[in-house]
Design a binder for this molecule. Structure first.
Ligand SMILES: CSC[C@H]1O[C@@H](n2cnc3c(O)ncnc32)[C@H](O)[C@@H]1O
Ligand code: ZN
Length: 439
């Protein structure tokens, strides 16, 4: 067999079930998949392209479990505000004026490029104009799970009734030959959707084996309102509507009580996408990671959108999350580096129901790989690879990115887009966006 690419040498941080680290090893890739992993010099082979990865870590591409890619153009527009003011006074009025397919495409091209430069190979995104997001991610080469946020007062009627499912099925059909693109269902939140919309989403998700992606218990007020209106805690309400019967990714999950965690744990289908930096900046609170872990709930990390984070960097997200929860629990052994690294790799793949394909480096899995250069002062010396990955490196050490077996960044140069053009486009939009904030 002639391989497409062979990464030659380096330490492979597999994240497999034995957490093996294979030093001085090679990864052979063909047809988008990892075909073989073997020690350097142990066999001869032919390859269309050989890449020297000595003095590198080879890690699974990182998986971002909650993002809003098109919000990349809103970076720094409305900072230092609480969630309700931020959304209602600034973001929603701006979106009402600006959100059109072309802007969504251009902003997504920017955000998707930024993600790749930060070592992210997959993102679980929620916004509007799904075709634009799919086309932009496809252009950059980023894997994406896309959903259109369903908001009852604003979404076109077709999204509110039984045709929600038809739209997702059509999109799945339209992109069926594109291995980078998949779709999920996203009722925005309990407070933005009626019981009927939430129930319909649960039924469609169950009948068609589609993931649910929603915001849950992000701020205290949201929980109080749910209790007031529905006489149930948020997770109890979701259970009543059937949303715990399907695979669900719940973003934030800050104000969740222990009885609710037990409900989430019952079927083992629910995962929490923790968005530490966005939550810190909006001062929404902290997800109770220790309690979630005690209840056996799968945890992963999301950047959230650039308008609240204000970056798309899962490496810092991991580092901040691990350090914050050590401090909050007064326990430096809390969330050790290896566990934090699982949040952005294998746990995230499990949350997506894709643990057989993504999240670790093993023969037969999809070749979504980040190559980390160790030839940097801040990356030396290395005693423990997980420690380096979680506490020390920054994204400038991400040297190459391979997604679906294709090189999308080499020596920090994006292969499928022109970075200067992306910067110029953002500068053009800035004028228009500033005007929209003034009117
Ligand atoms: C998520 S896309 C749909 C809708 O949600 C808004 N949004 C962005 N970030 C958050 C957040 O953290 N909580 C709630 N809603 C959010 C976004 O502006 C879009 O209008
Ligand atoms: Zn969000």
């Amino acid at each position: 067999m002639i391989f497409d690419i062979v990464l030659e040498g380096g330490s492979i941080i597999t994240m497999d079930d034995k957490n093996r680290i294979l030093s001085q090893s090679c990864i052979a890739i063909k047809d988008g998949k990892i075909q073989a992993i073997f020690p350097i010099g142990s066999s001869s082979y032919e390859a269309k392209q050989k890449i020297d990865t000595r003095n590198c870590f080879i890690i699974p591409g990182l998986i971002n479990m909650h993002s809003h890619l098109p919000m990349t153009y809103f970076r720094g527009l409305a900072d230092d505000l609480p969630l309700n003011t931020w959304l209602q006074k600034y973001i929603w009025p701006l979106e009402a004026k600006l959100i059109k397919p072309q802007l969504v495409y251009d902003a997504t091209l920017h955000g998707a490029s930024e993600m790749i430069k930060n070592g992210i190979s997959t993102t679980n995104d929620m916004y509007f104009c799904m075709n634009s997001i799919a086309d932009a991610c496809s252009q950059v080469g980023l894997r994406v799970f896309i959903s259109e946020a369903l908001i009852d007062n604003e979404s076109p009627k077709e999204y509110r009734d039984n045709t929600i499912g038809r739209r997702i099925t059509q999109l799945k059909e339209e992109y069926k030959d594109n291995p980078l693109i998949d779709f999920t269902l996203a009722p925005h939140s309990i407070y933005a959707c009626s019981a009927q919309t939430l129930k319909t989403c649960a039924k469609i998700a169950k009948d068609n084996n589609i993931l649910i992606h929603t915001h849950l218990s992000e701020i205290r007020e949201e929980v109080e309102n749910c209790l007031k209106i529905h006489k149930l805690k948020p997770v109890e309400y979701l259970k009543e509507l059937g949303l715990l019967e399907v695979r669900g990714i719940f973003a934030h999950g800050i104000w969740i009580e222990e009885e609710e965690m037990e409900l989430l744990a019952e079927k083992g289908l629910s995962s929490i996408a923790i968005c530490t930096e966005s939550n810190l900046k909006l001062s929404s609170g902290f997800a109770p990671i220790k309690k979630y872990q005690e209840k056996g709930i799968n945890l992963c990390l999301g950047t959230d959108g650039v308008a609240s984070n204000n970056n798309l960097d899962l490496l810092t997200e991991m580092s901040v999350t691990a350090k914050l929860h050590k401090a909050l629990n007064n326990d430096p052994t809390m969330l050790p580096a290896q566990e934090a690294f699982a949040f952005v790799t294998i746990n995230a793949a499990k949350a997506l129901g894709k643990e057989k394909e993504l999240g670790s480096l093993e023969t037969g899995k999809i070749a979504d790989i980040a190559v980390v250069s160790l030839q940097e002062l801040e990356n030396s010396p290395v005693y423990n690879p997980y420690s380096l990955l979680v506490y020390a490196i920054n994204s400038h050490s991400i040297r190459d990115m391979i997604i679906q077996g294709k090189i999308v960044m080499q020596n920090r140069q994006l292969c499928n887009v022109n970075e200067q053009q992306i910067l110029d486009k953002a500068a053009e939009y800035k004028e228009m966006i500033l005007q929209a904030t003034e009117k």
